[in-house]
Design a protein around this ligand. Sequence first.
Ligand code: PMP
Length: 438
Amino acid sequence: DSGETWVMSDLLARHRAVMPSWLALYYDNPIEIVTGKGNRVTDADGVTYLDFFAGIVTNMLGYDVAEVREAVERQLARGVAHTSTLYLLRGQVELAEKIARLSGIPDAKVFFTNSGTEANETALLLATCARGSDQVLAMRNSYHGRSYGTIAVTGNRGWKNSSLSPLNVHYLHGTDRDHPAFRGMGDEEYVEVCVADLRDVLATATAPDVACLIAEPVQGVGGFAMAPEGLFAAYKEVLDEHGILFVSDEVQTGWGRTGSHFWGIGAHGVVPDAMTFAKGLGNGFAIGGVVARGDLMDGLPANGVATFGGNPVSTAAANATLDYLLDHDLQANAARLGPVLLDGLRPLAASLATVGAVRGRGLMFAVDMVEPDSGEPSPRLAAAVLEETRRRGLLIGKGGLHGHTLRMAPPMTLSEEEAREGRDILVEAITAVDAAAR
Ligand code: PMP
């Protein structure tokens, strides 16, 4: 063994000794990434990878972006990494103005947090306080975070490590339709069934004052499961009849990643009462938040401060990231490259017995791996594809209820050449795993 391998396994042993056992690591031999440039990262062994997972849908401009680095350095050069949200913060106000304008929500106001979990906690707080109710609707197969409140609205069992939530949650079918009862149904019929289910839940299972529905337009951790066309517009009609608020979790789908719209929910023609965001906004710096109707935001009856929420460094990074994204129209890039990737992968579903569905919107696309004999979800084969893509110099993600879905969400700065390179590696890796599985 080389000294480097020894150093790596030593770090892994130290990780296992002091980090929780449920903090899962990717790959049989986990990677330590040490540098990044453009849309590639390099590990401690000097191996460079094209990054199609971008820190879990986070580095939307890739790595070492001069505009973001310089904005952060300018802020640090002032000697103020942090003061307090008890004082006026110019970067925070400017960022809030941009997000309020981009949200499409009338009279929108913004509250900044440090993560998506906290953003969703805040949205749940706004909705439950506004409605004076602890009852919340959420989607099956969803993921919204790792706190008590957000685990409660997480409908994906793989991430539910507690049931001790203060919220009273009812889960709807809808986004993830991979259920025997819905197989073979067209979108229109399926949406009708889901709306009837929502009406039934409201009529029979809840007290009359449900606070909100929280939903991801495309389920991220759930394996990029896409709500069928029209679902949220149809839900919204019913919610409005009851005064129930709608929170769209845009933590993975925001900022134009889905290509056709700036927010994932835009594809449904719905303007929510609140949207939550995080991940990509700071291009690696921790920032999240809620943008909501002003009356909702102002409705909380007591003070609330997030010490680090919207601090000078993360808002400097976020303002630079958002400006870059808009100036370079990266939403259009996502729309342009999505088909390059999908069209290359779709044929695999027909030709390989280990490939189930292939789906995507913009730069969020997924491949379900299935057992060749039974067609059942195959986490084993998905893990094998991850090893094969890694060996070929490509990082991708996993997801889905059973961990059987390959999840790809490259930086939105991806070039067409890189899109083809990553796509070709994926096709090769999946084909190799398929051949070995027979
Ligand atoms: N909502 C969604 C849709 C997410 O994908 C995630 C993170 N995977 C979260 C919320 C939680 O964000 P964070 O990890 O920043 O707390």
